[in-house]
Write a protein that binds this ligand. Structure first.
Ligand code: ASP
Length: 352
């Protein structure tokens, strides 16, 4: 790249940054006539690995920190965990052996950023935040996302660990792949899930979705995953799609999802949950209705897939609902830092 092009690019980014940066400024949560503001901080996350993530977020919330900082710090915990094969470093690769990551972040003022199918960067959630704060865009993908991350000083690394590579080689023995996802890989995934100590013998795909409300009533959310193991190269799930895997509306609340991303995208899942809360549903009712919409639209497919929603309104009320038994979520506030709660679900036994 010529010096002039580099200069023009830097100026563009700089202008965008000053125009769009949240810049750590403390802005008040918008008022809502419908839902009272929470009186204390709280953070919630999907799955059992959300417990450790919540604790990192709580370290920030407890000191009066910003919800956005909290969810970023929390999401980085499973991203760095080598035993977690569905998020960040050590995530299972796609069918061609590439670890590709999806992540998104959003604050209470509709600022959001995301990266999709990014490779070689261990903390996509932090790149997503940079997209939000330092570019005029919302979503960067693939090589462009990697280029931006490197320009921002992120380190390029090999994310495929020997354990994940071995799992991929095992899968290659049959290499059954179907776009509807899951049933062919579930047996293998369940074994892998058990070795990760996941609830319900969870499988080869999971996402950390986090929602936080801070002491000043500001909300933020983060969502990060390596997506479906053995996916087609270039496949992107719901997690980096604002409105699908994550949505936050400071006047109402936030929602996030886990499970087969294609079904969540088809239904704009997290946005739907927030809109249902806007219409007066509790977080629990909203999550259930969003799940039931997926089930009603694709009754056959929904028998063999998992989708779970987790939501919190701005009063700090929490709800969750999943198609299949086994989904859980972690809640952390001033009273309890390590709560893990089984989600309600449509089917009450594990799929088998
Ligand atoms: N939602 C993720 C995806 O489709 C995977 C998961 O959460 O299970 O990429």
């Amino acid at each position: 790249m010529t010096d002039r092009r580099r200069f023009l690019k830097a100026s563009l980014l700089g202008t965008a940054a000053s125009a769009l940066a949240w810049g750590g400024k403390v802005s008040a949560a918008p008022a809502s006539p419908q839902v009272p503001v929470a009186t204390g901080a709280r953070v919630i996350s999907t799955w059992d690995f959300g417990v450790a993530a919540n604790q990192a977020a709580w370290a920030i919330l407890d000191k009066g920190g910003h919800a956005l900082d909290a969810v970023e710090a929390g999401a980085r915990v499973p991203e760095a965990d080598l035993k977690n094969h569905s998020v960040g470093r050590a995530g299972y690769p796609d069918r061609d052996g590439h670890v590709t990551l999806d992540a998104s972040i959003m604050d209470h003022n509709y600022n959001c950023g995301a990266v999709a199918a990014i490779e070689h960067i261990a903390h996509p959630i932090s790149v997503a935040r940079r997209v939000m704060e330092r570019t005029p865009h919302v979503l960067l993908v693939g090589d462009g996302a990697l280029q931006f991350a490197l320009e921002q000083g992120f380190k390029k690394e090999n994310l495929l660990t020997p354990e994940s590579e071995q799992a991929w080689h095992e899968w290659l023995k049959t290499a059954k792949y179907h776009p509807s996802i899951n049933s062919e890989t579930r047996d293998y995934g369940r074994t892998a899930g058990k070795s990760m100590g996941m609830p319900g013998g969870a499988n080869n795909h999971d996402t950390i979705g986090m929602l936080a409300i801070d002491a000043q009533g500001r909300m933020a959310g983060a969502c990060t995953t390596s997506g479906m193991a053995w996916k087609m190269r270039g496949r992107v799930g719901d997690s980096p799609i604002i409105g699908a895997g994550l949505y936050v509306d400071g006047e109402i609340g936030g929602a996030t999802s886990t499970g087969v991303g294609e079904e969540v995208i088809r239904n704009a899942g997290s946005f739907l949950v927030v809109e249902l809360m806007r219409q007066g549903r509790s977080p629990q009712e909203a999550c259930k209705e969003a799940v039931m919409r997926i089930v009603k639209r694709r009754p056959e497919a929904s028998k063999t897939i998992q989708v779970g929603f987790l939501a919190m309104n701005r009063a700090g009320e929490v709800g969750a609902y999943a198609i299949q038994h086994g989904f859980s979520y972690a809640v952390c506030d001033a009273r309890k830092q390590d709560g893990l709660i089984p989600s309600q679900s449509l089917y009450t036994t594990s799929y088998s």
